[in-house]
Design a binder for this molecule. Structure first.
Ligand SMILES: [Mg+2]
Length: 244
């Protein structure tokens, strides 16, 4: 669990020989569930795939605001876009370049503190896995929607059985993980589907660092507008007086 760090961090940080070094933070939650689009990254994957198609953007916004049930828009958007394998690969690259400030550090600190980080998203699994790998989140902790392609790499459909394309899906996925893993849990997310899952965790952190959804802001246990805010709720920095 610990010992894996995001590549690019200075190795001397792990040496532990500097006398004035701050003690490592401790995790306030054993399980941390993170939304991806507009939370971990600054983009909405489906809108990137749509290439600015305004019909798709409108459907996404309506779903995120809780105005249209997710399952109604999910298939419709993909049927409009029909993302090919090449488009999904391009989205994977966009995800890697769109991480929100402080996210990689926060996830690395959570891992070092022994927390288990899961990604829970209605995004497309194939596009999210490379991002997860960079963050040292194993595929088994990535909960996303599979799409299928034909032999030529053209869109062939998505996993219609996935809970994550349906209302209340994140709630079910989180409860399933928690049934298998003991410990308290937090969820961080910006959208209505995250808010729906608030009752499945001990702390729901509404995230407004990319987009602020009024319904989420008003109903979240706490509301954060940056990853630094989120980190404060997830990690206790030791040796910092009054950090609590
Ligand atoms: Mg989101």
């Amino acid at each position: 669990m610990s010992g894996r760090r995001v590549t690019g961090e200075p190795p001397e940080e792990r040496a532990g020989e500097a006398p004035a070094r701050q003690p490592a933070p401790t995790a306030r939650f054993r399980l941390v569930f993170l939304d991806v689009d507009s939370t971990l990254v600054t983009i909405e994957g489906i809108d990137v795939l749509a290439g600015g198609n305004p019909d798709v953007a409108k459907l996404t916004e309506a779903a995120m605001n809780g105005e249209v049930p997710l399952d109604e828009v999910y298939g419709r958007r993909l049927e409009i876009i029909k993302p090919a394998r090449a488009g999904i690969d391009a989205l994977a690259q966009r995800y890697l370049g769109s991480l929100i400030d402080g996210a990689a550090d926060t996830i690395a600190a959570l891992h070092d503190a022994g927390a288990i980080v899961h990604l829970v998203t209605a995004g497309i699994e194939e596009a999210i896995l490379p991002l997860a790998t960079r963050l040292a989140i194993p595929p088994r902790a990535v909960h996303a929607v599979k799409v299928t392609f034909d032999a030529n790499g053209h869109y062939a459909g998505y996993d219609r059985r996935s809970f994550l394309t349906k209302p209340g899906g994140k709630d079910l996925v989180i409860r399933d993980v928690r049934a298998r893993t003991k410990g308290n849990a937090a969820l961080v997310g910006d959208g209505a589907s995250d808010l729906e899952a608030a009752r499945a965790v001990d702390l729901f952190i509404g995230f407004g660092g990319v987009a602020i959804r009024t319904k989420v802001k008003e109903n979240a246990d706490v509301f954060a507008t940056s990853m630094r805010d989120v980190r404060r709720h997830l990690l206790e920095e030791r040796g910092t007086p009054g950090a609590d």
